[in-house]
Write a protein that binds this ligand. Structure first.
Ligand SMILES: [Zn+2]
Length: 207
């Protein structure tokens, strides 16, 4: 039996609602390539492109196509640390009137997605943001990343950018390693709290 396409929105993805992906019945990723949105000088969303809109429509989320236009991008970014990094990124691109690309992860429970976000300066201090899927790897589903799975009272910190999890020793583990190391396998998954690891913070030159 074919499953309906499933939607992955921001909470799973960098705390970033404007980055969408779909998983098809075959587990393929689609609609992730070159999803774009354009911002004005005050970070209001002026436009989203067709791949972005098509995905929303496929998932009965027509309201998202119209609903985001005119809102600011900050309405869709979760977590002060993540917002801070986006602000750094945006201000750097505007300052140099160029473009920059940073890698990030946008995983679903059963797919590791290795993505890049390209931010380009536009006239009048606008920005064009493009999310590109570089590589996808299938894996056994990770309930921890399924937003519909019930949660315990515990909070687990996860880097919003690379999806790694900190240990008490100060290491950062890939999510599957962390599930084993922190004995999360047989328990009700903890709630996720967004943070940023040192490695990802360094990507933004925030010293
Ligand atoms: Zn990270």
């Amino acid at each position: 039996m074919r499953r309906a396409p499933r939607q992955f929105a921001v909470e799973d993805c960098n705390g970033y609602t404007v980055c969408f992906g779909a998983e098809t019945a075959d587990g393929e990723t689609s609609r992730m390539r070159h999803s774009q949105y354009e911002l004005d000088h005050e970070d209001r969303i002026l436009a989203v492109n067709e791949p972005w809109s098509a995905f929303a429509r496929e998932n009965d989320a027509e309201h998202l196509v119209r609903g985001v236009i005119g809102t600011t991008v900050w309405d869709w970014v979760a977590g002060p640390e993540v917002r801070h990094l986006y602000r750094l990124l945006f201000s750097r691109v505007r300052e140099v009137q160029g473009s920059t690309t940073v890698p990030f992860r946008c995983d679903s429970p059963s797919v590791r997605r290795f993505m890049e976000l390209e931010v380009c300066a536009l006239p009048d201090d606008g920005l064009l943001c493009t999310a590109m899927l570089k590589r996808a790897e299938q894996r056994d589903p990770v309930p921890l990343l399924n937003p519909h799975v019930p949660r315990s009272e515990t909070l687990l910190r996860v880097c919003s950018w690379c999806k790694r999890v900190p240990t008490d020793d100060g290491d950062w583990l890939e999510i599957e390693q962390a599930i084993t190391a922190l004995h999360l396998v047989e328990e009700v998954p903890p709630a996720i709290s967004h943070t940023i690891c040192d490695r990802c913070e360094a990507l933004f030159g925030d010293s």
